[in-house]
Every structure is written in structure tokens, then in C-alpha cells.
Design a protein around this ligand. Structure first.
Ligand code: ZN
Length: 231
């Protein structure tokens, strides 16, 4: 397993692409080592199957150029932030050793997303424990950044917005790999789900005076070394 700079933790395969696909591509372009850990296989869904979803995930992983992608094998639709799940995730964090975690935003209609958000918070803390039977060496990711892949029509004010203009089309290609989730059985007349995603990206681009943007939230203040990267 590689040491990662950034790890995006997703309840289901497609959430990382939806909420942080632009950030992943931007960080990769800057030379960082970026991985995704899906907590469940995301199935069953109306138009998917475990095999179809795995193929779609592989295709999206190739589009993003990820350094690593794993699946923790927890149960879709029944994700619970219990001690066993915390142990599994903390053990994985000690092995891929990311500096920064991306977690789903904590308020959501989908119980798996709410559980995933709390599970990342708890597992991050456990990953640094000594005198434990967890695998690997103690490790504490320095930051958690929350992304938005939310089943509610809400958009809380973000802590910062990344300019992902050069990467937006590639993000859309990565999301479109999940045909069973976004294309099959969905209305083809605009605005489609992908149109909605593009328009929200454009809105956040407009908000920062750029082409396309991706919003993120942190619980703690964002520290800067300087102001050169401000748009
Ligand atoms: Zn999801």
C-alpha cells in the first residue's frame, strides 16, 4: 500500500467523483498521491449490480488517474459507525497514511452518508492510538475536509472553493462512468442529473470568478501560508 498525501473516503462508489472529482484531478496534476477508499460496494441499486458497479468504478478510477483505490467492504444501505467499522477504517488509515482526509458532509438524507461522515471523524482519532492491536503504525491525518455529495437540496456555505476549471470536463467523464447510477433509467430530457452537476459546478465557478468550482467545508479554520493563491 502506498503512503498517500490525500485520501477521499466515500460511502458509495461515485460519491468521491461527485463531490471531489475536480479536487482529485487538481491534486494529481500538482504531483500529489491521491487515493479513494469506498466504504461499501454501493449495491443493490435499481439499475446496477456488484459486477456492473465494479466495472464502472474501475473505469472512473482510470479517468481520475488515482494512485490507489480500496473498498472497505462494509454493508451498503446498512452502514453504521460502530466500533467494528471504526476498527476497520482506522486500520486502513494506518496503512495508507494520508496527510489529509476528505469525508462526506455530515448532514444528509442518506443514512449511509451520515454514518460515513461520523465514522471518518472517529476512525481518524483511533488511527493515532498506541497500545492497540490495530495494524500498522500510529498515524493522525492532519486535516479533514468535507465534500458535498448530498441527497438533500442544500448547500451550506463552504469554507473554501477550489477552482477546478481545467479539470471539470474530466470530472464529468469520471462521473459518467457510472452509467447505472446517472444514465440508465433516468430521464434523458434536460436538465438531467449530469446537467444539474455541471450547473452547480458552474455556479461555484461563478462565485469565485472562475469557470468551474468545487465547494468544501472544514470544522476548523483554514490556515494559509500566503495570499498568492487567492483568486
Ligand atoms: Zn452515496
Amino acid at each position: 500500500m502506498p503512503d498517500l498525501d490525500y485520501l477521499v473516503i466515500a460511502p458509495h462508489p461515485d460519491d468521491a467523483e461527485l463531490g471531489a472529482g475536480g479536487a482529485i484531478l487538481l491534486l494529481k496534476a500538482q504531483g500529489a498521491r491521491v487515493g479513494v477508499l469506498d466504504l461499501t460496494d454501493g449495491e443493490p441499486t435499481p439499475h446496477g449490480s456488484p459486477e456492473i458497479r465494479r466495472r464502472e468504478t474501475d473505469a472512473a478510477t482510470a479517468v481520475l488517474g488515482l494512485d490507489w483505490r480500496g473498498n472497505l467492504g462494509l454493508r451498503n444501505r446498512s452502514l453504521v459507525a460502530d466500533l467494528d467499522a471504526r476498527r476497520h477504517l482506522a486500520g486502513a488509515l494506518r496503512q495508507v497514511r494520508p496527510r489529509v482526509l476528505f469525508a462526506p458532509y455530515w448532514e444528509d438524507a442518506h443514512p449511509d452518508h451520515v454514518a460515513a461522515s461520523g465514522l471518518v471523524d472517529a476512525a481518524r482519532f483511533w488511527a493515532k492510538l498506541s497500545k492497540t492491536d490495530l495494524p500498522g503504525q500510529a498515524h493522525y491525518p492532519e486535516r479533514i475536509v468535507y465534500y458535498f455529495s448530498v441527497h438533500l437540496r442544500i448547500q451550506p456555505p463552504p469554507s473554501f472553493v477550489l477552482d477546478v476549471t481545467p479539470f471539470h470536463e474530466t470530472k464529468m467523464r469520471a462521473v459518467a462512468c457510472y452509467r447505472s447510477q446517472f444514465l440508465e433509467g433516468r430521464p434523458a430530457t434536460p436538465p438531467t442529473l449530469l446537467d444539474d452537476l455541471r450547473d452547480r459546478g458552474r455556479y461555484w465557478g461563478w462565485a469565485i470568478g472562475a469557470g468551474y468550482g468545487e465547494p468544501f467545508l472544514t470544522r476548523e479554520a483554514v490556515g494559509l501560508r500566503g495570499l498568492r493563491d487567492l483568486l
